[in-house]
Design a binder for this molecule. Structure first.
Ligand code: COA
Length: 200
């Protein structure tokens, strides 16, 4: 269903290497690595306030693989290039949890706490924004952290996203209603702060 709620895209999201991260489509054999990351309760403090079980993670992974197949974009698994370890995910998704802004694309992230404080989320998210504007040719990308998720709001600030307003995120089967901070970035805003991609 999310394909009807995503804006049209000019081309699918490719896999990407940044300075320190290999960012690629999720695969079924990512389960062990991802379950180890999601076993840290801090990773899912927002919105669930608890770690994810292996079964929860398997469901998450299935959903991600299906979303990619449907939309031709999604979140990437983030592999630390130096150690080849799975350290989180970052990328693009349709923010189904906020119907009032659809169709839309959100940039989002979750990383193993061992790797916080080193700029990995910002590095991966910059790559996602670049692909969103240059490859998918989107006009706008959003991000909607909970207002009390300070670290996530700081990633949005670091990316140069614009805080638009607070939004009510309706409750669902897995969490109560919460308040989100709606951040936006237009393609013009991205281009104003970014050097063009070098010609290959
Ligand atoms: C949100 C989350 C990814 C942010 O992680 P983070 O490490 O704070 O963010 P970054 O990877 O951008 O790193 C920024 C920090 O690294 C430092 N840093 C070091 N090298 C850096 C670099 N090359 N570039 C940018 N920052 C760098 C920054 O100074 C900053 O330090 P600080 O924490 O002392 O302020 C992490 O807290 C997380 O996974 N949380 C749980 C999941 C979650 O809530 N996701 C959001 C759901 S909406």
């Amino acid at each position: 269903m999310s394909e009807f709620l995503a804006p049209p895209i000019a081309a699918p999201l490719p896999d990407v290497d940044t300075e320190r991260l290999h960012l690629r489509r999720f695969r079924a054999d990512d389960l062990d690595g991802l379950a180890a990351v999601f076993a840290h309760s801090e990773v899912w403090q927002f919105p669930y306030g608890r770690a994810l079980t292996r079964e929860d993670t398997a469901q998450f992974l299935d959903n991600q693989i299906r979303e990619w197949d449907t939309c031709e974009f999604g979140c990437w698994i983030a592999v630390h290039r130096e150690t080849r370890r799975i350290i989180g995910y970052v990328g693009l998704s349709v923010p189904m949890f906020l119907p009032e802004i659809l169709p839309a694309v959100e940039v989002g992230w979750r990383f193993d706490p061992t790797y916080w404080g080193q700029g990995f989320a910002t590095e991966g998210a910059r790559a996602a924004l670049r692909e969103a504007f240059d490859t998918l040719q989107l006009d706008e990308v959003t991000s909607v952290p909970q207002v009390d998720n300070t670290r996530s709001c700081q990633v949005c600030d670091r990316l140069g996203m614009r805080l638009s307003r607070e939004v009510h995120l309706p409750g669902n089967a897995r969490r109560g209603a919460v308040t989100g901070a709606l951040y936006l970035m237009s393609r013009d805003e991205w281009r104003a702060q970014t050097a063009p991609r070098p010609a290959s």
